[in-house]
Design a binder for this molecule. Structure first.
Ligand code: NAD
Ligand code: LMR
Length: 338
């Protein structure tokens, strides 16, 4: 709907009529890793979002070019480019939402956990700076393995005394985007109408789409549901293999990241009934972090929603994912303490 409203606005170029941003509050968004495969298209999409008034693009290298390029787009936000660690504080100061797609992506044959050794340290240092420069920002963690990097972020914030579980999110929107696309294809329904919750975590079997709750409903066989579930769980790997060494999903991830950040901004702005799935601190299961539907509000998480009724197949999937998710969470917590 963001892109639809953008198209509408473009078609009335030159008039200011219906330009929602004139009444929208000032909001600063910072993207850390803005010059990367996800960072660049995400910077573009956030520049198109009329809820953003300042967009800070930070990376360890390459940001001046990306920032100059994006800054020529005639939309509301002012673009601020920052390169190198000594500019990280300036990038973060005053941010309402920080999006983190910094870190290395997978190559064929790797699991997301194989990225831990490099990305854990990157997320730890970026979150240390967030605690210092914008402790009240909503933090959207994209860097993999999300099942571990979100617990790392929580421990960094706890240590700094700034942790608020309402403001920390693992971005699992791409799993929802995929589940919607694959379901619409199989169920032969309009993809724009589809709603499917995806719960659990963001790696392999920990990704649990709840197709029994999908709407519009369709009479899919258990074989079809199983195939859709597997394809959603392996969606990342499908892209990694197709890119054959050139990285993982970037464009679909940028889209998903932009949708989730837009939901965070709407929540901050007091728009009612903003609900997205996200990997957050949770009491929905016995695990300390879990992805489920979350209602977003002026303070971030307003309510973590329960799982609803599950099919037997989904109940089995839920039990099967817990050991892996538990150990990935514990690995992150242990790293942050070391
Ligand atoms: P990329 O290599 O193209 O870009 C990563 C960027 O991060 C680079 O520009 C790099 O310079 C930057 N970077 C590295 N260290 C940094 C630091 N300390 N501070 C700031 N920037 C830093 O990778 P990509 O394809 O954009 O993927 C980025 C991450 O997102 C990977 O970990 C990938 O696995 C993950 N990812 C997550 C999802 C998800 O659904 N959550 C989806 C796709 C990718
Ligand atoms: C994805 O789901 O596409 C990302 O987590 C990237 C990956 O490594 O699969």
């Amino acid at each position: 709907s963001m892109l639809r409203s953008l198209a509408r606005r473009t078609s009335t170029a030159g008039t200011r009529r219906g330009f929602a941003s004139e009444s929208a509050p000032d909001r600063k968004v910072a993207i850390l890793g803005a010059a990367g495969g996800i960072g660049q298209p995400l910077s573009l999409l956030m520049k198109l979002n009329p809820l953003v008034s300042r967009l800070a693009l930070y990376d360890i290298a390459g940001t001046p070019g990306v920032a100059a390029d994006v800054s020529h787009i005639n939309t509301r936000s002012e673009i601020l480019g920052y390169a190198g660690e000594e500019q990280l504080g300036k990038a973060l100061e005053g941010a309402d939402v920080v999006i983190i797609p910094a870190g290395v992506p997978r190559k064929p044959g790797m699991t997301r956990d194989d990225l831990f050794n490099i990305n854990a340290g990157i997320v730890k240092s970026l979150c240390t700076a967030i605690a210092k420069y914008c402790p009240h920002a909503l933090v959207n963690v994209i860097s993999n393995p999300v099942n571990s990097t979100v617990p790392i972020a929580s421990e960094v914030f706890k240590k700094a005394g700034t942790y608020d579980e309402k403001r920390l999110f693992g971005v699992t929107t791409l799993d929802v985007v995929r589940a919607k696309t694959f379901y619409a294809g199989k169920a032969k329904v309009n993809v724009a109408d589809v709603i499917v919750p995806v719960v659990g975590g963001h790696a392999g079997v920990t990704i649990l789409p709840l197709f029994s709750q999908a709407t519009p409903s369709a009479n899919l066989s258990s074989e079809e549901i199983e195939a859709l579930t597997k394809r959603t769980q392996d969606g990342g790997t499908e892209v990694v293999e197709a890119k054959a060494g050139k990285g993982s999903a970037t464009l679909s991830m940028a889209y998903a990241g932009a949708i989730f950040a837009d939901a965070c901004l709407k929540g901050l702005n007091g728009v009612p009934d903003v609900v997205e799935c996200s990997f957050v601190q949770s009491t929905v299961t016995d695990l300390p972090f879990f992805a489920s539907k979350v209602r977003l509000g002026k303070n971030g998480v307003e309510e973590v929603l329960g799982l609803g009724a599950l099919s037997d197949y989904e109940k089995e999937g839920l039990e099967a994912l817990k050991p892996e998710l538990k150990s990935s969470i514990e690995k992150g917590i242990k790293f942050a303490h070391a």
